[in-house]
Design a protein around this ligand. Structure first.
Ligand SMILES: Cc1cc2nc3c(=O)[nH]c(=O)nc-3n(C[C@H](O)[C@H](O)[C@H](O)COP(=O)(O)OP(=O)(O)OC[C@H]3O[C@@H](n4cnc5c(N)ncnc54)[C@H](O)[C@@H]3O)c2cc1C
Length: 392
């Protein structure tokens, strides 16, 4: 009997055996790319609070932007392959995975799902290749958990739309050539495709984040922006269209969190075998072995959950509550594991030379964005009880 794979890329239940050749190829090629092209630079980028922009075209050339979308020159990968892409990118850094998530799930997906043929032709090839960057403007300063309370509005002026308002916490805002902006209209909330060089559009980088530092986060301001009538996403209908985008992105986050957790687990296992106290490696002590065993157990459970979600998504049977359970469970798991890794590393755990604290700080954002941990528990709670506990 073969011993279970406990690392450095742990696969205790041999899930690799359930992957197709294509999925295995995606995994190995993204791993190679991450190790060679991103890992060596990520600490510096994180410390300098910048996203390494030369990666954008490389991500595009490898088909890692909007990789589960079809047509318009896009790769059309299955949803498990797409998840593996997110996992491997976040193994390096949540900011890198966030870039790809926003571009694919929050900008390309709504154009693909709700856009006109002209919008698709204009933007999808450029966004897929990385020639253009997009951002997704939903959250406003009054509270991200309640996006329906947004104040940004687009008025129908007959021959054009007039967009006014502001957004905050917008990933890629200062890098973007196009923003998908959600605004109140006379017929409910709708999505708009807004080129960022429109007159009246301003993006302001939010400085001083102690989390997700290798990712650009911005405030967006819309001051009497005149948009053509065809700027609206014609098939967007109310807040549910914006939430459908979030379901896509949250699915990728639930995969990505596993990558961050595996990176911390790997670091903790190595450190525990090298670090000697009281004459023996700390990995030989019962307490540290207990911590490592719980880490591997929780990673394995999270993987089982997300692989099942991948199968459901491939079959077109994925419900948003499935995604809420996985986003909440997997991100909480990853955050706990990063903290335990930091603990096992002792004082060294606080240093940037190690990965634990960078992942831990990043995961504080991942725990909160795209629906906070508690909001996802309440979404599952509403499925259980039939009563929605958030909202008036
Ligand atoms: C780095 C970063 C990048 C982001 N990128 C984007 C982006 O690209 N585009 C975008 O649109 N947004 C983005 N966001 C915004 C993100 O989605 C919001 O921060 C998130 O939804 C939470 O909203 P909030 O920060 O306003 O917190 P709030 O909604 O004010 O929540 C504060 C606390 O109250 C709790 N809470 C709120 N309501 C309830 C309730 N009814 N019952 C119980 N508890 C409740 C929450 O769980 C949380 O603990 C980003 C955020 C960050 C930090």
């Amino acid at each position: 009997m073969k011993a279970p794979n406990c690392g450095p890329y742990p696969d205790f239940l041999d899930l690799a055996n359930t992957l197709t050749d294509e999925q295995k190829l995606v995994q190995s090629s993204v791993r190679d790319f991450v190790v060679k092209e991103i890992e060596p630079r990520i600490q510096k980028a994180w410390m300098n609070e910048e996203f390494p922009t030369d990666l954008i075209s490389k991500l595009g050339n490898l088909g890692l932007l909007g990789s589960n979308l079809e047509g318009y020159g896009l790769p059309g990968m299955d949803n498990i392959s797409y998840g593996i892409v997110m996992q491997e990118l976040e193994r390096c850094d949540s900011g890198v995975r966030s870039f790809a998530s926003v571009q694919g799930a929050l900008v390309m997906y709504p154009i693909h799902a709700f856009g006109s043929e002209a919008q698709k032709q204009e933007w999808l090839p450029k966004l897929g290749s990385g020639e253009a960057v997009g951002c997704f403007g939903l959250t406003e300063s009054y509270g991200g958990s309640d996006p329906g309370a947004m104040l940004t509005k687009a008025e129908d002026k007959g021959d054009h739309w007039l967009l006014n308002g502001s957004k905050m916490w917008i990933t890629n805002g200062n890098l973007a050539q196009v923003a998908v902006v959600w605004a109140q209209t006379g017929s409910g909330i709708r999505g708009f495709v807004v080129p960022t060089n429109s007159k009246g559009f301003t993006a302001k980088k939010m400085e001083g984040k102690l989390s997700l530092r290798a990712s650009v986060t911005s405030e967006l301001y819309f001051d009497n922006i005149k948009l053509p009538k065809d700027a609206v996403l014609p098939k967007s209908e109310g807040l549910k269209s914006a939430l459908a985008c979030l379901t896509q992105a949250r699915y990728g986050i639930a995969w990505g969190a596993i990558g961050a957790a595996e990176s911390c687990y790997d670091e903790a296992v190595n450190y525990a075998s090298d670090r000697v106290t009281f004459g023996r490696p700390i990995g030989h002590t019962q307490l540290v072995q207990r911590k490592l065993a719980i880490m591997l157990s929780r990673i394995t459970q999270a993987k089982l959950l997300i692989h099942r979600l991948g199968a459901l998504k491939n079959e077109g049977k994925l419900h948003f509550a499935h995604v809420s359970m996985a986003k909440q469970n997997n991100v909480e798991m990853a955050l706990e594991i990063s903290r335990t890794c930091r603990d096992i590393l002792g004082g060294n755990g606080i240093m940037i030379e190690y990965k634990a604290m960078r992942h831990m700080c990043n995961l504080e954002t991942v725990y909160t964005y795209e629906g906070t941990n508690d909001i996802h528990l309440l979404i599952v709670g509403a499925q259980i009880t039939g009563k929605q506990a958030f909202g008036a």
